[in-house]
Design a protein around this ligand. Structure first.
Ligand SMILES: Nc1ncnc2c1ncn2[C@@H]1O[C@H](COP(=O)(O)OP(=O)(O)OP(=O)(O)O)[C@@H](O)[C@H]1O
Ligand SMILES: [Mg+2]
Length: 117
């Protein structure tokens, strides 16, 4: 995720001031491939925010960094006044931020309810 200025500003208009979850200037590269080129993003307290982009744009990398599955090279993730950057995933879940996974795997021997749980 990057822009010509290498500094993506994805804030929804007017949302930053009342935002609960936010990313500030996140950068993440893999062996020279820049996945996140300085992403600043605010999630409003209510409503739905979609992050869209072509294959390889960095959407999953963003979620991985925000939920502690990857450490950013630079930048931070915040929930209100609490910094989540570098916390392990279980601590981030305890703080109230959860996710689903793109590579969802179902366990055929379990019921639908057990799979969801
Ligand atoms: N673990 C990794 N090691 C090396 N490169 C990676 C790794 N994870 C992601 N990348 C690279 O980072 C870039 C962003 O990938 P990412 O998976 O975040 O994109 P995406 O927007 O989720 O794509 P898709 O729409 O296909 O799910 C791609 O160039 C990808 O090849
Ligand atoms: Mg993805």
């Amino acid at each position: 995720m990057r822009s010509d200025s290498d500094e993506s500003q994805l804030n929804s208009p007017g949302a930053a001031a009342e935002s609960c979850l936010r990313c500030e200037r996140l950068r993440k590269s893999f062996d020279g491939t820049t996945a996140l080129g300085g992403v600043t993003l605010s999630f409003p307290n209510c409503g739905v925010l979609a992050v869209i982009g072509p294959n390889g744009a960095g959407k999953t990398t963003l979620l991985n960094v925000m939920t502690g599955f990857l450490c950013p090279d630079e930048g931070g993730v915040f929930l209100g006044d609490t910094e989540l950057t570098h916390l392990p995933p279980y601590r981030i879940v305890q703080a109230g931020v959860s996710r689903t996974f793109q590579d969802l795997r179902l366990i055929a021997l379990l019921s639908v309810l057990d799979n969801v749980m």
